[in-house]
Design a protein around this ligand. Structure first.
Ligand SMILES: C[S@@+](CC[C@H](N)C(=O)[O-])C[C@H]1O[C@@H](n2cnc3c(N)ncnc32)[C@H](O)[C@@H]1O
Length: 257
């Protein structure tokens, strides 16, 4: 039976449902392209040449082909079925990009991943599920592997700071009007209700590092965030006990419910 590494509490289904339908987080195609170009630029030094990468919560993954050109295998996983379907449509013939569903994610062999990426995803995962998920990631990592957790929201971040960052990027990349309209659409959507009811998981660096350490991962903040939101934070983690990294994935199936 595949292990359940996806967050399955009732509340996050609201976030999955939110991401499963069109939403106004990204203003338009140009916004998405600028976003993924920035991610690719920031991630390049972390991508293991010829290695195996799992992009967890990958979204539309516009940089996937460029990432796969450097890695041996790129696994893409997103909790939203509609996102996965779009990825599957694009990549079903790609020799090195594999789109995973929950079962195939749960069936990945222990100790098989060089880099787990999670960019701008933690906020949608309930705090009570994080510990179990990190433990599972540790089991998936090769002894010399890393997890790069990026765009982590600090609890003291006012929403206005995120808005200002989006508008700055929109101004630089020529989609300011679309960004303003997008913010209006977001304000009148169910985004704020879901954020209030399902939660928006935010961590201080010390909190996140503690959770990672409890899962057997040693982590440190990176000097600058990966991606276009400079006030958020990125963390690089690796198995603390590199010999035990593979062994931990043999522990009983994780149920993050
Ligand atoms: C802000 S987007 C980030 C996408 C991509 N990583 C990026 O940086 O552009 C968040 C993504 O996380 C996915 N997501 C939300 N909750 C998730 C969960 N519990 N497990 C995996 N993915 C999740 C959403 O479907 C969405 O595609």
């Amino acid at each position: 039976m595949p292990q359940n590494v996806h967050s399955t509490s009732d509340t996050p289904q609201d976030w999955v449902a939110f991401w499963n339908r069109p939403n106004a987080i990204y203003a338009n195609r140009r916004n998405l392209e600028a976003h993924f170009a920035c991610l690719l630029r920031d991630l390049e030094t972390y991508l293991p040449e010829g290695g195996t990468v799992l992009d967890f919560g990958c979204g539309d993954a516009l940089a996937a082909e460029a990432m796969a050109a450097r890695c041996g295998t790129l696994y893409l996983y997103d909790a939203a079925p509609a996102v996965r379907q779009r990825l599957q449509d694009r990549f079903h013939n790609h020799p090195r990009i594999k789109v995973l569903d929950e079962d195939s994610l749960g069936s990945l062999p222990a100790g098989s991943i060089d880099l787990i990426l999670a960019v701008s995803v933690l906020q949608y995962i309930p705090r009570e599920d994080l510990r179990g998920l990190m433990h599972r990631w540790r089991g998936l990592l090769r002894p010399e592997g890393h997890a790069l957790i990026a765009d982590v929201v600090d609890p003291h971040t006012p929403m206005l700071q995120d808005i200002a960052s989006q508008l700055r990027m929109a101004h630089q990349h020529g989609f300011l009007l679309a960004a303003l309209l997008g913010l209006g659409r977001l304000a009148f959507s169910d985004y704020r209700r879901i954020r209030r009811e399902a939660g928006f998981s935010a961590y201080t660096p010390a909190e996140l590092i503690d959770v990672l350490e409890a899962a057997g991962l040693s982590a440190a903040p990176l000097p600058r965030n990966v991606g276009p939101t400079p006030h958020r934070r990125s963390f690089l983690a690796r198995p603390t006990d590199r010999k035990a990294a593979v062994q931990s994935a043999d522990e009983p199936a994780l149920k993050v419910q």
